[in-house]
Design a protein around this ligand. Structure first.
Ligand code: PA5
Length: 468
């Protein structure tokens, strides 16, 4: 495998206002401390995602269940897998489907999917979407993967209850249980309770792996394996990058380098917005996955009541967003870094026909290839940004396959925990989303939400003077 980062365009003097050699050297010392912190946290058992590439037993839960599902034939055959989940329980499966299955997977017929099921992900509670999906699904041939680490997230649990009733009405109570698989904490939460009480299959999310770091648990592996993705290759790729991100020496630590570049750019150079811009349709949803990982892990208070720290992540897609967001990146505030993802071998390429020889502004394209054009556009955009003093780097991977995608995800996860240590925040928690959740519980009538109800009632009421 090869994953490389070229950060020439982050550095001064090539990029005026970029990172200087002196800053980079002194950041290496700061990184050694961050590394020590991460190693200590891992030893203390809080960074369970780092152990996932070696967790054969957990992977075995996935492969064992998939084998059982594949053995279902005839009237029982699974043609549609539906993930119910939100945040870290949905973005990983979406990114894996887009990157590792054929484009428009769900629009292919059975033969086009090689006999593997479609994968739908319900990651919101908008009734419009759920109703539309249920109207199209044959309950007999559906399998619902209910994913929630806590086992109690309101959105996912509401979906689960709707689906459970829908299944029971159409295939009966036992048929419903057979079409559900729960992915949750090994011990805690309502989903685990239901699994135990009713004998519904449940796969584990290890207690020390949080939602947005859980893509290499059954959260991501199960949906991926159900679609025929080589999950061993995903884990191997992740293990390889973990090794390349283990050194305390910054120069030998690829995830550390990514973290330090972004952290320095933010804290020392005012580059508060971090754009991830793959030049690859299969990797387009990787940007959304990264945005959640970076945002929920790093945007928080260092001590209660402070102003908060953390960069703002932002996703883009090349070349499409050259006609949308790149204008802002080129000439808007000098507050961004752009991380491109380049794919060296794009797979089958398409030659642009030599048409319109008499129209010079079209003729020059003839004989070139689309993959070549995509790559040239990325290089041109990176160069143009550099020319305007806008820092950017390029993560290159050989190809989009399970091995490299596993590696890329581990790279970004490890960069996130190193960045957490550099910023001085705990990347594993998300206290900032609790209040909104508690207000929802209070308004929806959850009995243990009395304190939130009182806080809610203290909020200013809508004032007619401020209504337009
Ligand atoms: O990353 C996280 O921890 C969150 O985004 C969670 O994944 C999200 O809130 C869903 O939580 P749960 O998996 O407990 O339903």
């Amino acid at each position: 495998m090869a994953i490389r980062i070229d950060f020439t365009n982050m550095m001064a003097p090539g990029i005026p206002g970029g990172i200087t050699e002196a800053e980079w050297a002194s950041a290496a010392e700061k990184f050694a401390d961050a590394h020590m912190h991460v190693v200590a946290e891992h030893s203390a058992g809080t960074l369970g995602f780092l152990d996932l590439p070696d967790d054969q037993a957990l992977h075995g839960q996935v492969t064992g269940f998939v084998k059982e599902v594949r053995a279902r034939t005839g009237a029982d055959r699974v043609t549609d897998v539906v993930v119910l989940g939100i945040g870290g329980s949905a973005l990983g499966p979406i990114a894996l489907r887009t990157s590792l299955r054929a484009p428009k997977w769900n629009e292919l017929d059975d033969a086009g999917r090689g006999g593997w099921p479609k994968l739908h992900v319900l990651d919101n509670v908008d009734p419009v979407t759920i109703e539309a999906l249920l109207a199209r699904l044959d309950p007999q041939h559906a399998l619902f993967v209910v994913i929630s680490k806590s086992g109690g997230t309101a959105e996912t649990m509401a979906q689960y209850m709707i689906i459970r009733q829908w299944l029971e009405h159409s295939v009966g109570p036992e048929g419903a249980k057979r079409r559900l698989v729960l992915v949750t904490d090994p011990q805690k939460g309502a989903l685990r309770k239901i699994a135990k009480a009713e004998g519904i299959t449940a796969l584990d999310i290890p207690a020390n792996v949080g939602g947005r770091f859980s893509v290499l648990t059954p959260v991501g592996l199960l949906p991926a394996a159900l679609m025929g993705v080589d999950t061993s290759a995903l884990l191997d790729g992740a293990a390889e990058v973990r090794t390349r991100s283990a050194s305390k020496e910054l120069a030998k630590n690829i995830a550390g380098a990514y973290a330090v570049l972004q952290w320095l750019s933010d804290t020392a150079h005012g580059r508060h917005i971090h754009v991830l811009m793959p030049y690859s349709d299969p990797l387009r949803d990787m940007a959304d996955w990264f945005v959640q990982l970076w945002a929920e892990s790093l945007g928080k208070h260092r001590v209660p009541g402070d102003d908060g720290v953390g960069p703002t992540p932002f996703g883009a897609l090349g070349a499409t967003d050259q006609h949308s967001k790149v204008q802002l990146f080129m000439e808007g505030p000098m507050d961004k870094t752009i991380s491109f993802i380049a794919v060296e071998e794009g797979g089958k390429d398409i030659e642009i026909p030599r048409l319109h020889a008499d129209i010079p502004e079209l003729a020059y394209l003839g004989g070139h290839h689309l993959g070549e054009l995509l790559d040239v556009e990325r290089r041109a955009t990176a160069g143009a940004l550099a020319r305007r003093g806008r820092p950017n780097l390029t993560i290159s991977i050989d190809r989009v396959d399970a091995h490299h995608v596993g590696g890329l995800m581990m790279l970004l996860e490890m960069a996130t925990v190193y960045a957490g240590a550099l910023y001085g925040v705990d990347p594993m928690n998300q206290p900032g989303v609790e209040l909104g959740k508690n207000f929802t519980y209070a308004i929806m009538g959850r009995p243990d939400a009395e304190q939130a109800r009182q806080e809610w009632n203290l909020l200013p009421k809508p004032d007619p003077r401020y209504s337009a």
